[in-house]
Ligand binder design. Sequence first.
Ligand code: ZN
Length: 242
Amino acid sequence: MARYWETGTFSQPSAEELQAKAYASVESAKKKGRLYDPVQPRTARGEICTTWWGQSWCRNLERYADYESRLDRGKRYLRTGTVIDLQIEKGKVEARVQGSRKTPYKVQIRISPLPESRCQEIMSRCSERIENLEDLARGEFPEALKDIFLAEDGFFPQPREISFDCSCPDWAVMCKHVAAVMYGIGVRLDENPFYFFLLRSIDPERLIAKTVDSKVESMLANADVKTDRVMDDSGLDLFGVL
Ligand SMILES: [Zn+2]
């Protein structure tokens, strides 16, 4: 006896069909004056992200068993080019994902702000060296943040800090459209780590101000050292080894 899913009525569209629909949706939005910003991973297989922070975003998602069953499908969906728009705003992500229907699905993901004590931790690490801020401006996450980001209780959100919604009829805890957008966020982080601060509602200006203040402080401290050095120069005990 044939079951309904063997009749072909509910068969999944092929990658080519999805891509053609995605293209049509982007074009139709353009005609209405909306410019979509599609997500395309830079890798063809394996890891979706290329940077350590993008990869650890993905690994953070994969640690949670609740999401496990849908993540692989989400990854494939993203690679097919179905995430045709993804906008990161303070504490939330709005995206459009092309599915089997003509109209793309709307996905919204909300992420809780990072607790203040943890914000302070990032800020003090960043403010240790102005180079950390320069790394960020260049589109790289500072190495100084690596250990605190890779720790088990890291800075990426846990399931209880993430809520999501998709306009598709799938009743699963996490549909493949949401899963695709989750990986899409990793790709955006790969391109620009500043998105992390937006996602977790950390004001980048506060970060910059703290780093610059601390730089001024350390310059003043260095100036004091220099005064000592000058005094030492004139003395006998220059490096404490004579
Ligand atoms: Zn969905």
